[in-house]
Design a protein around this ligand. Structure first.
Ligand SMILES: [Ca+2]
Ligand SMILES: [Ca+2]
Ligand SMILES: [Ca+2]
Length: 324
């Protein structure tokens, strides 16, 4: 019995330590508790009633705000020809860098590089493809990409979707501390930063393009009956229906799921048939198979999954009871 008490205590210490480590405040900055209270207070004051812009004020872009005086937001940003190193903290957390212009082609992917001066930033990016001065959800090309640490460059690939329109457009990036930045590109954030740029989009809008966005499975799992899952996105202009196929390249399992009537810009998570696995490493591949897909390069993703017969809790328990 005392082993169980000890185990519970040790797990509690472990879990608390892990949670604290995820929101590590650098020394010399405002305290973590103080920051969390500021965020809660700010949410209570503004969160219930997000700005509902009238048609009159929509004539211009909304100007968001944030506190970046502790290093939150972007110190460095690079994307598709834009290079903005050492931007520091812009007044009121909004940097107008629209004199800088990148260039990107529809259907191609570009590396975005972000560096922050404070840990745990959630970064989103929008491009106003239709130049209506509103950054819509459909125009968000990056959603809550995490920058876990300050002072290091974090990179992510961003694909210019098929429903992008050619021309010169305004582009906005936003960072929010420990909370998503994606819900509102006009928000006033307690800790974070916003920056605006221009980007020239070239190429032709794409009618038909399905993309395998992610395989939503861990790389180490417990052996047994698995339900494989993956997310697919319609990156073209037309509504599409298509099969998604998962194949176990090292075995005999294969499963096909049909996606019906996926609209422009929409995504859906698909679940495959139950896959019975044994201990060992498996190479899997998941592909979309849309007839007439104009960008076949983004159809598939693959990964290696190691299946174990040792649940993590069991390993920890055996460690503390000394029976291993
Ligand atoms: Ca900045
Ligand atoms: Ca727009
Ligand atoms: Ca494709």
């Amino acid at each position: 019995m005392k082993y169980i008490t000890l185990l519970t205590f040790m797990l509690a210490v472990f879990v608390c330590g892990t949670m604290m480590a995820q929101v590590n405040a650098p020394p010399g900055s405002s305290g973590l508790q103080e920051r969390l209270e500021m965020v809660a207070q700010h949410k209570a004051e503004t969160g219930q009633d997000l700005p509902n812009l009238s048609d009159a004020t929509k004539a211009e872009y909304c100007i968001p705000a944030a506190n970046c005086s502790f290093g939150d937001g972007f110190t460095d940003f690079m994307f598709a020809g834009i290079e903005n190193p050492a931007s520091g903290c812009s007044p009121n957390g909004y940097g107008d860098f629209t004199d800088m212009q990148g260039s990107a082609e529809i259907g191609l992917s570009y590396t975005a590089s972000f560096k922050t001066g404070y840990s745990d930033q959630m970064v989103s990016m929008w491009i106003d493809f239709n130049n209506d001065t509103t950054f819509s959800e459909m125009e968000r090309v990056l959603t809550d990409f995490n920058l876990p640490s300050a002072g290091t460059m974090h990179e992510v690939e961003i694909t210019i979707p098929g429903n992008a329109f050619p021309g010169i457009h305004r582009m906005r990036i936003g960072a929010n501390w420990i909370d998503p930045s994606s819900p509102d590109p006009c928000a006033s954030l307690t800790y974070g930063e916003w920056e605006d740029y221009h980007i020239e989009i070239t190429g032709e809008p794409i009618s038909y393009n399905a993309m395998l966005a992610s395989i939503d499975m861990a790389s180490v799992m417990l052996a047994g009956d698995i339900t494989p899952v993956a997310t697919v996105v319609n990156m073209g202009m037309e509504t599409i229906s298509f099969p998604v196929i998962m194949t176990d390249l090292t075995g005999s399992y294969t499963s096909t799921v049909q996606v019906e009537n996926l609209g422009m810009g929409a995504s859906v998570q698909v679940e495959f048939d139950t896959w019975t696995t044994e201990v060992g490493a498996y190479d899997i591949e998941i592909c979309t198979d849309l007839d007439g897909d104009e960008i076949p390069g983004d159809d598939c993703k693959s990964m290696t999954i190691a299946f174990s017969d040792q649940p993590r809790q069991k390993v920890v328990a055996e460690f503390f009871t000394g029976t291993w």
